[in-house]
Ligand binder design. Structure first.
Ligand code: FPP
Length: 245
């Protein structure tokens, strides 16, 4: 019997191209970010409708602090506004909000909104929106290594039996599943320090579409691309294909 190919449970997106979208139109870069927020709302809804259980969005990297101060300020303002505006919607639609990254370094207003939204949606289980904020994989690994070393010193972890299963519990993503599909928009084909370890077995989809233009149809195309892949996790094709297929 044919069964429908599985929808990826966890989709992670590197949202790229806001600045180019604006520049192409003779607009300030922040207009691209403003439109990018509208895309966040639409794509999050589309992902949920399509059966995705978790969506992780790379919203601000540890490297993004290198941008001009006015752009950083505008991005933080947009984030704070988005969180304030969406909270009722998260509650109504059963969306849990989570974050990964060094959120303690974000402006106080953003932190307050994040705490409020995370606390108010903690009990919701149908769909989770994860915002990667002040996130960088190498920072995450360095922090995890420090915490792991402290746990070994305190006798809470065995000194001679470090394993991935033990170590991963010290990452920001300790209780999150790995992404099944990683999408990057705007034609760039880099991971840019995003979920480097967690994406070890992810499928990748790169599209030239700039983030403000990324639509529900583009998400559907990425998922269809994913569904054509054969995920073997180190096994052979014969092992993962049911007999007779
Ligand atoms: C990349 O485009 C985008 C970012 C660095 C920020 C993404 C942020 C948002 C979409 C808005 C805030 C997020 C939420 C969740 C409300 P770029 O500026 O690097 O584009 P470019 O490469 O064309 O310059």
């Amino acid at each position: 019997m044919d069964s429908a190919p599985a929808v990826p449970a966890h989709v992670a997106i590197i949202m790229d191209g806001n600045g180019r979208w604006a520049t192409q139109r003779g607009l300030p870069r922040i207009e691209g970010h403003r439109r990018g927020v509208e895309t966040v709302r639409a794509v999050s809804r589309a992902a949920r409708d399509l059966g995705v259980r978790m969506l992780t969005l790379y919203a601000f990297s540890v490297e993004n602090w290198r941008r001009p101060a006015d752009e950083i300020g505008a991005l933080m303002g947009l984030l704070e506004h988005y969180l304030g505006r969406e909270l009722d919607n998260f509650r109504r639609e059963g969306i849990r909000l989570r974050t990964i990254g060094r959120t303690a370094d974000l402006p106080a207003g953003v932190q307050a909104r994040l705490r409020e939204a995370e606390a108010a949606t903690r009990h919701l289980t149908g769909y989770t929106l994860v915002l990667a904020l002040n996130y960088g994989s190498r920072t995450e690994v360095a922090e995890a290594a420090r915490a792991y070393a402290a746990a070994v010193a305190a006798g809470r972890e065995p000194a001679d039996a470090a394993s991935w299963e033990h170590f991963r519990r010290y990452l920001y993503t300790a209780d999150l599943p790995d992404p099944d599909l990683v999408i990057r928009t705007s034609g760039e084909t880099r991971l840019s320090n995003f979920l480097l370890l967690q994406a070890a077995y992810a499928e990748f989809h790169f599209t030239p579409v700039l983030w403000p233009d990324f639509s529900r149809a583009d998400l559907e195309a990425a998922i269809a691309d994913y569904q054509r892949r054969e995920r073997r996790f180190g096994r052979t094709s014969a092992q993962v294909q049911p007999a007779g297929v």
